[in-house]
Design a protein around this ligand. Structure first.
Ligand SMILES: CC(=O)SCCNC(=O)CCNC(=O)[C@H](O)C(C)(C)COP(=O)(O)OP(=O)(O)OC[C@H]1O[C@@H](n2cnc3c(N)ncnc32)[C@H](O)[C@@H]1OP(=O)(O)O
Ligand SMILES: O=C([O-])CC(=O)C(=O)O
Length: 383
């Protein structure tokens, strides 16, 4: 066995998977054979979940049964709502509130004693978690605002119902379709850090709720899902600085700052999801007459790629760079951006957890020990 350290596990292949394929040089993303551009344009998030979890696109009957089953599972227990109220009163971060609530949801699962190695039971538990996360998030946002949570409706889509529960009003088509597309784009992405975290937990044969909770925790960090919030905060900082975006970003780089929304372990070119979200951000800006956020982001991208050497370093916009401006233009609160990412990515976590337990071996890498091997024992009173 080679003792060479692969820091950050770069390039290490640890599993086989049929779920998503990424070509980081070509800027290609595929879920089970279907390219992301087609899925974003044609599929609903529910269809994508079915594809990821059950291996092929659903027929119309399969989709309507699947959608109805998930819609019936949207309600959350009063105990979860009451904990969310306590967390809102304590001004907890939304991702931390989601982490706590996801863990709590297991108490009401009707299959709590299912065999963790049963991939089908994992999918059913995962479906319940996926159905309930929007209810948790919308309730949390309303409680933070001092409003009563709104009960989920079964007749609305996953995206439409979330927006409805958030505002108390049915969303317009543009908002619903935009969010649905964003959910599709974020649903899966190979062994990213949060998916891998959830797989590591699942590989111990821990419960699905434990594995998904680990995914939420891993996604919250600023190097991963947390970057979409950071991008928007950066654009707001640019706006408030009274500096030109290029001047701002030059100063930021001179001060050793990383620019959120740029760089990726797998892509050396622009993330194909960022291409789609950029177009959506520009269209929303044009439609509302408020192109400022898109323009700031685009100016920063152009400068970093064309003039600051990012292209030569293989640094390009990732999915988080334009998702923030899209969500902002939909009027979503900035610190809900990463929870909305989780609301989508739970589909990928569940698919990978199920794939893992169906063909399981516990993850157990090693560290190269660089500490002392023969330290002298000194009694406590002599130290
Ligand atoms: C959904 C997602 O998770 S997408 C990623 C979201 N995260 C971000 O957008 C945060 C900003 N980006 C980053 O921190 C990184 O690019 C990551 C975490 C995405 C990838 O990390 P790694 O593959 O480990 O790359 P690493 O951080 O080692 O970067 C390689 C080089 O590029 C530089 N670099 C990477 N990203 C950036 C950036 N956003 N801005 C400026 N420089 C950068 C690094 O400083 C490093 O330079 P060096 O070799 O001179 O030290
Ligand atoms: O793949 C990664 O490392 C990060 C990412 O883009 C994602 O999780 O969507």
């Amino acid at each position: 066995m080679s003792g060479e350290v692969q820091k950050g596990l770069e390039g290490v292949v640890v599993a086989e998977s049929q779920l998503s394929y990424i070509d980081g040089d070509e800027g290609l993303l595929i879920y089970r054979g279907h390219d992301i551009e087609t899925l974003a344009a044609e599929a609903t998030y529910e269809e994508v979940l079915y594809l990821l979890w059950h291996g092929s696109l659903p027929t119309a009957d399969e989709l309507s049964e699947f959608t109805a089953t998930m819609a019936e599972e949207r309600t959350i227990d009063d105990s979860v709502l009451s904990t969310l109220a306590d967390l809102a009163a304590a001004d907890e971060e939304p991702m931390a509130a989601l982490r706590t609530a996801t863990s709590m949801l297991s108490a009401a699962d009707p299959e709590s004693d299912a065999d963790p190695a049963d991939g089908e039971a994992t999918l059913r538990k995962g479906r319940r978690i996926t159905a309930k996360i929007p209810t948790v998030l919308a309730a949390y946002q309303r409680l933070r605002d001092g409003d009563e949570p709104v009960d989920p409706r079964e007749d609305l889509s996953h995206a439409g119902n979330f927006l409805y529960m958030l505002t108390g009003a049915e969303p317009d088509d543009v908002a619903e379709e935009t969010l649905d597309m964003a959910l599709t784009l974020h649903a899966d992405h190979g062994l990213n850090a949060s998916t891998f975290a959830s797989m590591v937990v699942a590989s111990t044969l821990a419960d699905t709720y434990a594995s998904v909770t680990a995914g939420v925790g891993a996604l919250s960090g600023s190097l991963h899902g947390g970057a979409n919030q950071d991008v928007m905060e950066t654009l707001i900082e640019v706006e408030e600085s009274a500096k030109d975006p290029v001047e701002w970003v030059t100063d930021a780089l001179d001060n050793g700052r990383k620019i959120p929304g740029f760089g990726h372990r797998v892509y050396n070119v622009k993330d194909p999801r960022a291409v789609i979200l950029e177009e959506k951000s520009r269209d929303l800006g044009d439609a509302s007459g408020e192109r400022k956020w898109y323009d700031h982001a685009n100016r920063i991208e152009e400068y970093l790629i064309e003039e600051a050497g990012f292209r030569e370093k293989g640094l390009a916009p990732n999915v988080d760079f334009y998702s923030g401006t899209v969500y902002y233009q939909l009027g979503l609160p900035v610190d809900m951006f990463t929870p909305i990412f989780a609301m989508s990515r739970v589909g990928g976590w569940v698919a990978h957890i199920s794939e893992q337990v169906e063909n399981n071996r516990i993850f157990r890498p090693r560290a190269k020990y660089t500490g002392e091997k023969e330290a002298e024992w000194v009694p406590i009173e002599e130290r």
